[in-house]
Design a protein around this ligand. Structure first.
Ligand code: NDP
Length: 322
């Protein structure tokens, strides 16, 4: 089978198309024929070595496809089932062996591309808004990179909750997309200082919560746009990792809270995974959550997909099609 392997960490060029044997399932696994694989920023971190993995590895954390074979202990699935998953390495491939406990069935109304686009970024938006900081109707949230994959989903879900949403985006076109998704305001933070603008838009009061997946470039000013006892949910670093931080600043800037969550800890049990996945998939079925698929690439063009994602050229979801 064709797969995109990383045998040494580095830039997009280390994503190499190789021919590997089709995997066999362990007793708790199912082998999935991948119909669509999601591209996510976490794949960049793995490729760069920012998140370590044993080399060589097949990249990719998200996929949708058809069950081809099940391990001897698997009772919940059968060959032919349409399934989707996230948080298991190896989806940039024609086949992947995945623990059955990570797989969820795709509703009949959704196709493989929609399911692959929904799992990682959709469940991330869900846990950030419903669990990391439980956003309430009437509160104000600042959402960075609001036209990105996670960003567009965060904006829509935050509006459904009834919050006021201020987004940020790198270009005017992206800002318009964020507004189309429901953002009340969107600051072009490459041109205007988002700290000044956020304070202006909140009459100097600041926001209740910042959802920040940009990291290094935005972190310091996040602390200045929060109201006292506000919450910074730092969930990624697309601009780079945040350097070590002196906790006394949290006191000085208003008894603030910071959390640095990750999806795995918010989908750790089967019950929690099913709750979030079903919530997200049903929101899409009902039309309450719109997916924006930026582009689908042939599997062999994974490196180009990474270049586009890292180059800030994308809005919404990128998919690889084996
Ligand atoms: P996006 O589609 O949001 O792409 C990243 C965006 O970050 C860019 O489009 C760009 O938007 C913005 N950005 C700002 N500065 C830079 C920079 N220097 N280089 C590149 N991009 C920059 O990606 P995803 O939706 O896949 O992921 C968003 C973030 O969420 C990532 O940090 C990712 O790691 C994180 N994440 C965390 C999870 C968790 O559980 N903790 C789970 C899923 C994702 P603009 O041009 O508008 O600034």
């Amino acid at each position: 089978m064709q797969a995109i392997q990383v045998s040494q960490v580095g830039g997009p060029e280390v994503l190499t198309a190789v021919d590997l044997p089709v995997p066999s399932p362990k007793s708790n696994e199912a082998v999935i024929q991948i119909k669509a694989a999601g591209v996510n920023f976490i794949d960049v971190y793995f490729r760069e070595g920012r998140y370590p993995a044993q080399l060589p590895f097949v990249n990719g954390q998200e996929g949708a496809g058809v069950v081809k074979e099940i391990g001897s202990d698997v009772t919940t699935l059968q060959p032919g089932d349409r399934v989707a998953y996230t948080s298991a390495l190896g989806s940039y491939a024609e086949y992947a062996a995945v623990p059955a406990s990570r797989l969820v069935k795709i509703p009949d109304e959704l196709d493989f591309e929609e399911a692959a686009a929904a799992m990682l970024q959709g469940m991330t938006a869900h846990y950030l808004l419903y669990s990391s900081y439980k956003l309430q109707s009437g509160e104000t949230a600042l959402i960075h990179a609001a036209a990105g994959g996670v960003g567009l989903l965060l904006v829509q879900m935050a509006k459904k909750i009834g919050a006021r949403v201020i987004g940020t985006a790198g270009t005017h076109d992206k800002a318009q997309l964020a507004r189309d998704a429901g953002a009340d305001e969107c600051i072009v933070y490459t041109e205007s200082d988002f700290e000044v603008e956020t304070k202006r838009l909140t009459d100097g009061n600041g926001v209740h919560v910042v959802y920040d997946g940009v990291g290094k470039a935005t972190f310091d000013r996040d602390l200045d746009v929060l109201r006292p006892r506000g919450y910074l949910v730092l969930f990624g670093g697309s601009s780079g990792a945040v350097p070590p931080f002196d906790l006394i600043k949290l006191s000085q800037k208003g008894s603030l809270f910071i959390t640095r969550p990750t999806l795995g800890h918010y989908t750790a049990t089967r019950e929690e995974l099913e709750w979030r996945a079903n919530d997200v998939l049903q929101m899409i079925v009902r039309g309450d959550l719109k997916l924006r698929i930026h582009k689908t690439y042939p599997l062999a063009e994974a490196a180009q997909a990474h270049r586009d994602l890292e180059g800030r050229k994308t809005t919404g979801k990128l998919l690889l099609i084996p």
